[in-house]
Write a protein that binds this ligand. Structure first.
Ligand code: BG6
Ligand code: MG
Length: 219
């Protein structure tokens, strides 16, 4: 039986938390006197918390003292966590469980590769922690953020599967680049306009047939 490593990003792939990140950053920008568009938000997906605030401050032409910077970062995370507190399994994106079940049935490697420092908490909230528990790599485990491939390379190591035998599901521009650089197959979850550099692109998991997964496994 062939064994491949399937590495999932979290925010915007397994759960729709991308909308909560956007809401929290938008609130913060508004507080500082400017706004963030949905197009700008695409550039924040997959990007670490620190780097996101640096980019946002650039957009608003704002400079902050180190203390203020830390304060705003904490405030954004508190706002974000207030949304997370309400989450349950109902927020798992459609047909994600179908694909996870299939991967478990066929005894494939399953890993998480997320930039978020809240990843473990969110997996617990939606009841998916056990499926991923042997191979979770998140914002606490990496020194280089996406588009650097580090997060996915560590995930492959945890699975004990060669990077070229790994497949990554990603909704962010930076994450697809990271997967490609790692030598993995990249599957973009989102629009062709944004994720054109992915090997395959689907709007969401409802478009992914188990037959397609089977073909990836048998390659
Ligand atoms: C990524 C999100 O998964 O995690 C980004 O796409 C977010 O929007 C990043 O900034 C860091 O998340 P957190 O939960 O550590 O602030
Ligand atoms: Mg994401």
């Amino acid at each position: 039986m062939n064994k491949k490593g399937f590495i999932f990003d979290l925010d915007g792939v397994i759960v729709d938390t991308a909308k909560y990140h956007y809401l929290a950053w938008k609130t913060l920008a508004n507080e500082l006197g400017f706004d963030i568009t949905p197009e700008q938000n695409e550039q924040l997906k997959g990007v670490s918390r620190i780097r996101s605030l640096e980019i946002i401050l650039d957009w608003g032409n704002k400079t902050l003292s180190e203390d203020e910077f830390m304060k705003y970062m904490a405030e954004k995370n508190d706002n974000y966590l207030s949304h997370i507190a309400q989450m349950d399994a109902g927020e798992i994106l459609p047909d994600v469980p179908k694909i996870l079940d299939y991967l478990q049935e066929t005894q494939q490697g399953i890993a998480l590769g997320s930039a978020s420092k809240n990843a473990r908490k969110i997996l617990q909230k939606v009841g998916l922690h056990d499926i991923f528990k042997n191979a979770i790599v998140d914002g606490n485990d990496v020194s280089k953020a996406k588009p650097d491939p580090e997060v996915f390379l560590i995930a492959a190591q945890k699975l004990n599967i060669e990077p070229t035998n790994c497949i990554v599901f990603e909704d962010s521009v930076a994450g697809v680049t990271a997967a490609n650089t790692a030598g993995m197959i990249s599957i973009g979850i989102g629009s062709k306009e944004t994720l054109g550099h992915a090997d395959y692109i689907f709007n969401d998991f409802t478009e992914i047939q188990t037959l397609f997964i089977q073909e990836l496994i048998n390659r």
